[in-house]
Design a protein around this ligand. Structure first.
Ligand code: ADP
Ligand code: MG
Length: 726
């Protein structure tokens, strides 16, 4: 790799044009979900009696009997084979942050003939070797087996690739001893907990129609694209997903001309093909646009039931990466691929819906709905304030450390933005009980008054809040772009279930003495008072807010390592156990995995930074230094004064000296961290306190050197190229 490779890549890019998509002739409504074998398809494919039995099993969470499983499996196989599938796989979400699959063909040999077969047993249960997935100590290698179990709530789908198709069956992944080894199982459990507690409360509020409640999720996905020819020349991007070096370009995002700008033709072609793929997979992607930073984009779907939306977001990330390759791009999902310009998040829009089609966070039009809404709002306030520490852990990883708290993303302090009007309502309710005027008390009593219409337009949006109410849902903005959103949603569901349970108990207690309405009113106002401190409508980036939040006693876990340590506190273990979402063993294992993940991410970055520094940057800098030194010596020999140039050479040489020292320091810190004994949490602290600062120092020096070295010597594509050449 040399500077010549950089030039060659740029020449290639100059000649690239948009890749044509083979558009289907089918209209979009027909195309949508064409590769999904969901409830509708099962209903069509199965005999009436089998369909009814399957429905009943799914509704009551019962296991399928063998005969029924065989029927379902056979229908699924017929459907898949008709569409060119040769293989199936259980598709699951181990605790790696991505998905896993092990393909198995439908082939079986009978009397020397190949038959396509798929048994109920193979549909329902898989037995992949679990020993190479993170388990956080849950599974020793001698009990390596794990199993995947079909999750019939999420439809099977077909992944089409150039040379064939594979039937993917969404599954949960557990150890033989029954512990969850994935992100899906706790999510399903938390969904049940939320349903249970929300139903209990709704009944108490007098609702007798709703039969079940489920969380909803719409996750906006931000990402960067980089031309693949340049990506290949950046070993840091290849190994870590972010650039470990790179001087600030002359132009970044300061002109604000990229956000919502017209989409470049090659990029649009990529987006169109990605959307086409996703539509076929039943993923309801809806919006596309240029984001704030150059080369940054966003795609947002229409929200769905959370368990499905999480699967769909996993698919979305996979499809973006795969389609990008076809279009000569690489898709960067990292939270912070480039220093000094915006990072990427995944705004997690969360709400609760009922089987009767209502959104529980929709401010009501009638006094009853209005009361229900205020109860739900109070629940979310209690949940986030009581469990801010836990919610913070769900977004804690090395990548997000570059984003959270930096001056361009939500702060690491969790607070809730309600917007002015809703805050006024909350304030008035609190004031009412403090002896405000009779009239005010009257108008603001829950269950009597109707809320003023709340604006839902963009002007009322505060982009700096990590947790914002946006009209009829909460937007948890601190989630990182590369994250699987299983964990944040598991925790959101659980902490809200906890708050709903608490509210129900309090209302039950108060009802006998005061009557239902007064009891509800009292609980809601009490919660508003108690948790008012979590509300903040101002600028979350400001230094004043940090001081104010500290005064209010809101926790501020500035980095992943501090945040992760809270996952396993007694309060949080009790919470998870109370709602049967995670056992204490599962909590411990997950906390270890988070710490390990942090250590591994920093270790790979450290290794990568060292190798680039030693073998690419240092040689380029020394070559440049040598050429200048020779030139100056020759010029001086002619009797010409080169004092100013010598000063510059001294500057460069000084920087190279410091750079070599920084390499030595990082090497030492890295070795220290590698051989550090102690708990995994201590290990993570060492990486954070020793390796991260040494890497930052190394980068600072390298970026300075980049601005001085002959451009034709520089081996790494520069920011000005990566960010603007497409
Ligand atoms: P913005 O970028 O202004 O936040 P978008 O329209 O890009 O707005 O994203 C809003 C997201 O919120 C979409 O994915 C949308 O489907 C989702 N959403 C809307 N209503 C709900 C809801 N009730 N529950 C969950 N998500 C929702
Ligand atoms: Mg948003």
């Amino acid at each position: 790799m040399s500077a010549a490779a950089r030039t060659a890549a740029i020449q290639l890019i100059a000649r690239k044009s948009p890749v044509a998509v083979t558009l289907s002739t089918k209209p979009l409504p027909e195309l949508f979900g064409a590769n999904v074998f969901g409830l509708e398809q099962m209903r069509t494919a199965l005999p009436e009696s089998a369909w009814k039995a399957l429905r009943s099993c799914m509704e009551h969470g019962q296991a399928l009997d063998h005969a029924l499983a065989d029927q379902v499996a056979n229908a699924m196989k017929e459907w898949a084979v008709e569409r060119g599938a040769t293989h199936f796989t259980h598709w699951f979400q181990p605790m790696t942050g991505s998905t896993a699959e092990k393909h198995d063909s439908f082939a079986s040999i009978e009397n020397g003939k190949l038959m396509m077969e798929f048994s109920g047993k193979a549909l329902i249960k898989g037995e992949p070797d679990a020993s190479s997935f993170p388990s956080g100590g849950l599974r020793a290698t001698f009990e390596a087996r794990g199993y995947t179990a079909w999750d019939p709530t999420s439809p099977a789908f077909l992944r089409e690739t150039t040379n064939g198709s594979t039937l993917c069956i969404p599954t949960a992944f557990c150890s033989w001893t029954g512990e969850a080894l994935d992100e899906k199982t706790p999510l399903l459990r938390s969904t049940e907990a939320l349903n249970r507690e929300a139903m209990r409360l709704l009944r108490l509020l007098g609702d007798d129609k709703v039969q079940f409640v489920y969380p909803t999720l719409g996750c906006e996905q931000e990402y960067f694209l980089i031309d693949r020819d340049l990506w290949f020349l950046r070993p840091d991007l290849i190994a870590t997903g972010r650039t470990l070096f790179g001087a600030k370009p002359p132009k970044g995002q300061e002109l604000e001309d990229h956000y919502f700008g017209s989409i470049a033709p090659r990029v649009l072609a990529f987006m169109q093909e990605s959307e086409l793929e996703l539509w076929k997979l039943g993923v309801p992607v809806k919006t596309r646009h240029n984001e704030v930073a150059p080369s940054q984009y966003e795609l947002a779907p229409i929200f769905e039931r959370t368990t499905i939306a999480v699967d769909h977001n996993m698919l979305c990330m996979e499809v973006l990466k795969q389609v990008a390759t076809k279009h000569g791009f690489h898709c960067l999902l990292h939270e912070k691929p480039y220093a000094g310009i915006n990072g990427s998040g995944k705004h997690n829009n969360w709400s609760m819906a009922t089987d009767t089609g209502e959104n529980l966070l929709e401010p009501g039009k009638s006094p009853e709905q209005n009361m229900r809404f205020m109860v739900m709002l109070a629940a979310v306030m209690r949940a986030v304030d009581t469990h801010a520490d836990l919610l913070r852990t769900t977004i804690a990883h090395a990548g997000n450390d570059h984003r959270l708290g930096a001056n361009e993303a939500p702060p690491a302090i969790l607070s809730i933005y309600l917007g002015e009007q809703l805050t006024d309502v909350v304030d008035a309710l609190i004031a009412g009980t403090k002896g405000g005027s009779e009239r005010k008390r009257d108008t603001m009593r829950l269950g009597v008054s109707v809320l003023p219409p709340l604006p839902r337009d963009a002007t009322d949006r505060n982009r700096t809040s990590p947790f914002a109410f946006t009209g009829n849902k909460f937007e948890f903005r601190a989630v990182g772009s590369s994250q699987a959103c299983g964990k944040p949603n598991t925790v959101l569901n659980t902490i809200v279930a906890d708050a709903l349970a608490w509210i129900a108990t309090e209302i039950e207690k108060g009802k006998a003495q005061k009557g239902l309405e007064a009891a509800i009113n009292e609980v809601v106002v009490e919660l508003f008072k108690k948790h008012q401190r979590i509300l903040f409508n101002g600028n979350g980036y400001s230094a004043e807010w940090h001081a104010e939040a500290a005064k209010r006693g809101l926790p501020n876990f500035r980095n992943a390592v501090d945040a992760i340590a809270n996952f396993g506190t007694k309060k949080n273990v009790d919470l998870f156990e109370r709602f049967a979402v995670l056992s204490s063993k599962e909590v411990d294992s997950r906390m270890s995995i988070m710490f390990e993940g942090y250590c591994k991410a920093i270790a790979i970055e450290g290794q990568s930074a060292l190798s680039i520094a030693r073998t690419m940057i240092l040689p380029a800098a020394q070559r440049s230094q040598g050429v200048v030194a020779q030139s100056l010596a020759a010029t001086k020999a002619c009797g010409i004064d080169v004092k100013v140039q010598e000063k510059r050479l001294r500057d460069l040489s000084g920087r190279i000296e410091s750079f070599v020292l920084a390499i030595e320091d990082l090497t030492a810190q890295f070795e220290h961290a590698e051989h550090h004994a102690g708990s995994v949490g201590e290990h993570a602290k060492t990486y954070r306190d020793k390796v991260v600062p040494a890497m930052a120092k190394l980068r600072e020096l390298a970026d300075g050197i980049e601005t001085m070295v002959d451009d034709s010597e520089w081996p790494l594509p520069k920011y000005r190229e990566i960010l603007f050449l497409q």
